[in-house]
Structure formats: C-alpha cells, structure tokens
Design a protein around this ligand. Structure first.
Ligand code: PLP
Length: 424
C-alpha cells in the first residue's frame, strides 16, 4: 500500500472514530471490494470470508444474477412505498415465499420489512392480532434482534441488553435444549410446562418464537423431537408457532428452511439476512388466516419491501430453490463436518462440532470468550474473517458463502486450524 493509500485509510478510521457512535463496534477491517467468498481490504489483503456480513451471503458477494436484477430494477425505479403503490417485485417475492413456505396451511401470505428484528416484531403483532392474546414465549440462548421488544426476547445480557431497559412486558422465557451443556428435550419441555404453571397461563400466550438453529446463541440446532413437542403444545393451547429463520433460513442449512430437516411445520416463518442477497430485506410468511389477523393499515413501513431489495430477493429465492444449489450445500455440509471432526480430534481446546448441514460451529471447552477472541484475531492476521458467538462467546461459527469453492474451503480450514494452534 502506498503512503497516500495508507493515509487515506488512516483518515477514514480517524473519521469513523470521530463521527460514528462507539456502540456500533467493528474490527480493524476496511473493505474496498468483495466477490464470491473473498473480501478485499484497503491494504490489498484479500480475506477469505467465513463471516458473510453475519450470515447474509449464502449466495456469495456480488452474485452475478442478483447484481444484474438489481441493475435492471435501479433503472426502473428505486422506491415507491408499497403503501402508496403496488409494484411487481414485492408481490413476486411474496409469491416465492408462499411457494417455498414450510408453514401449516395451503394458502400462504407474507409481509416484507427491512430487518430481522422488524420482522420478528411483526410476527408478534400478527400473532397477537390473530389470537387476541398478549403473551409470548421465547427460549434461553435465543437472539431475535436489537429493538426494544426483540431485546426483551433475546437471552444475552452483554452487550445486547445491559443498560437498555426497561423492556416490554409479557415476554416469558423457557429453557431450550442444549445437549452439550446437558439440557435435553425432556428438560426443556419440563421448563415450558413449569412456565405455564408458575408465570403465565398457556391460554394467554399468542406465540412461541424459536430459532430452529440458535444462531448468536452458539449454532445450537433444536432437536426434531423438541420441535414436535412444541408443535403439539401449540396445537393443544391454540398458540402460534413462529420459527425465527433469519439466520438459519434461505438455504443456510441446505434446504430453504432449517425446519425442513424435521417433520414439523410452523405457523409463521421469519426470514431476513441472506434473503436480500446483500440488500436489506426481511419477511414474515405463514398461513393466510394468521397473517390476515391485523386489519388494513395495521402493518407496513416506509421502506419495507423496497423494490431493489425485492428484485435481488426474487433471484436469491430462485437460486436457493434449485436442486443443484441444495446438492452443493449438502455436499459442503458433509465435507465441512468431516474436516471439523478431524480438526476437533487433533485439538483438545475444541469441545464440540455442532450444527445442521453447512451451518456449523466449534464450541471451545473453555466457557469464556478469551480463547475464541484470540482465535478470531489470529485468523484475521492470516486473512480469514471468522466470527464467534454463544452465551459465553466461546463458539467459532463458520458462515462461508454456499458458493465457496473446494480450494477456498480447504484454505479457510487450514487457516482456522493454524489460528487455533497459534491462539494456544
Ligand atoms: N433473528 C435472528 C435469528 C438473528 O440471527 C438476527 C440477527 O442476527 C435477528 C433476528 C435480527 O436481525 P437484524 O439484525 O436484521 O435485525
């Protein structure tokens, strides 16, 4: 990097420090370009991206068909507001979400919004309007966003909740299965039944909101028997079952939705992140009778379902639905798990390899964030973008684009193992 370029980067970082609120934290990376599974930094370093902007690049950076659809829409119009005028890209995304919906019922509808948190909030509004009930049940290790309601639903104090209360009421939390930490399906269901005895009657609960694979909580897949027992409890008590698939959906685990690995159908599914192919878009999809709970004007937002984001999302959904894409994701999941199992056998620091399909992570034995932080820093120094997660910050999660090449995957795993060794 020339002196002039270095000065430009330093100036940008200084301006960032000067003008951007410190609550938005970022690592040392200054991005100038990204393509496929690669991110180019301002100093010319090309990083292998196992972070995907936190799970937003299932189809890879700058996926050509998505970029082409964006260009085409940009030339037509950028914004209309769906509450002012109907436009085709919004309806086409809802049509595709209906066609690929994992939810109960024949007739599926959707609403499109800007972020995962906004979508979760809308799912709660919809469930409350449809049932006429106030309460919601969420689960330990869950993450649902950073708005006030979704913060209340999230199960990690620092950095997400500390100092931001008071939180909205009527949010009740039960245990979720976490076999590695000795919480199985029976224990989790018992916790829920206890909740119905001790805190809130089941008949006051509008919805249960559960991540099919807990993402920020540590890539913990919910066991199929737990999903089935939740479904049965929801049916018994008239509760809306909401699957939060903001992180696990849109092909991340192989099929369009992680819940398709089980035989369970939720009533509503919440999507986001990779849905917009890099543009902000999120959705709530589900059975028409539930989705139509709120009356006209009760849902919406100025930018929700922006036409450019919708043009991208229609292509993303078509791509992920292709059998070839699924086959590649499944293959990726198998080879990644095999390699991670081998790595775990060599490295005592690794407690468990965990996940679903190609949505995989390593939980480190040490229940504190220090080692994982050292590993992600070592990875960064070697040119690998890697994120940690988990209640204790001790889980290394792998989120390469599902379009990653075998060579890139191999290189990333080698860098990961080197980073683990160097972090000690
Ligand atoms: N739900 C889940 C499962 C998530 O992983 C996230 C974000 O990480 C959200 C909701 C919130 O999404 P957003 O950051 O787009 O508001």
């Amino acid at each position: 990097m020339s002196l002039k370029e270095r000065t430009a980067v330093d100036d940008l970082l200084a301006a960032r420090e000067r003008y951007v609120a410190r609550g938005v934290s970022t690592p040392r990376l200054v991005v100038v370009r990204a393509e496929g599974a690669q991110v180019e930094a301002a100093d010319g370093t090309v990083f292998l991206d196992f972070a995907g902007g936190i799970a937003c690049q299932n189809t890879g950076h700058g996926f050509a068909p998505v970029v082409a659809a964006i260009h085409e829409q940009v030339d037509r119009f950028l914004h209309q507001c769906f509450m002012v005028g109907t436009y085709e890209p919004y309806v086409e995304v809802c049509r595709r979400l209906a066609e690929h919906s994992p939810c109960t019922g024949e007739h599926q509808k959707s609403i499109l919004v800007n972020s995962g948190a906004e979508a979760v909030e809308n799912a709660v509004k919809i469930a409350r309007a449809a049932t006429g009930r106030p309460a919601l049940v969420v689960f330990e290790n869950g993450f649902h966003g950073r708005t006030l309601l979704t913060m209340a639903m999230t199960s990690k104090v620092r950095p997400y909740k500390a100092g931001f209360g008071p939180f909205p009421g009527e949010v009740y939390r039960a245990a979720a299965p976490y076999p590695y930490r000795s919480i199985d399906t029976d224990a989790a269901v018992a916790s829920l039944e206890h909740l119905f005895r001790s805190e809130v009657e089941a008949e006051a609960v509008a919805c249960m909101v559960l991540e099919t694979v807990q993402g920020e909580g540590g890539f913990i897949p919910m066991p199929p028997d737990f999903l089935a027992r939740l479904r049965e409890l929801c049916d018994r008590h008239g509760i809306v079952f909401v699957a939060d698939e903001v992180q696990s959906g849109v092909g991340r685990t192989g099929p369009m939705w992680a819940i398709e690995h089980s035989a369970v159908a939720p009533d509503l599914v919440v999507s986001g992140k990779s849905l917009g192919g890099g543009l902000p878009l999120a959705a709530v999809t589900g059975r028409a009778e539930v989705m139509d709970g709120p009356g006209p004007g009760g849902l919406g937002g100025t930018f929700g379902g922006n036409p450019v984001a919708c043009a991208a999302a229609a292509v993303v959904l078509d791509t992920v639905a292709e059998p070839g894409f699924r086959a590649r994701a499944d293959e990726l999941g198998r080879s990644l798990r095999e390699r991670l199992d081998q790595l775990a056998a060599r490295r005592r620091a690794v407690g468990e390899v965990r996940g679903l399909g190609p949505m995989l992570a390593l939980e480190l034995e040490e229940q504190s964030p220090e080692l994982a932080q050292r590993v992600t820093a070592e990875a960064f120094d070697r040119g690998l973008l890697l994120l940690s997660c988990g209640l204790y910050g001790n889980v290394l999660r792998l989120l390469p684009p599902l379009t990653v090449s075998d060579d890139e995957l191999e290189r990333g795993l080698t860098l990961l193992e080197e980073s683990l060794a160097a972090a000690g």
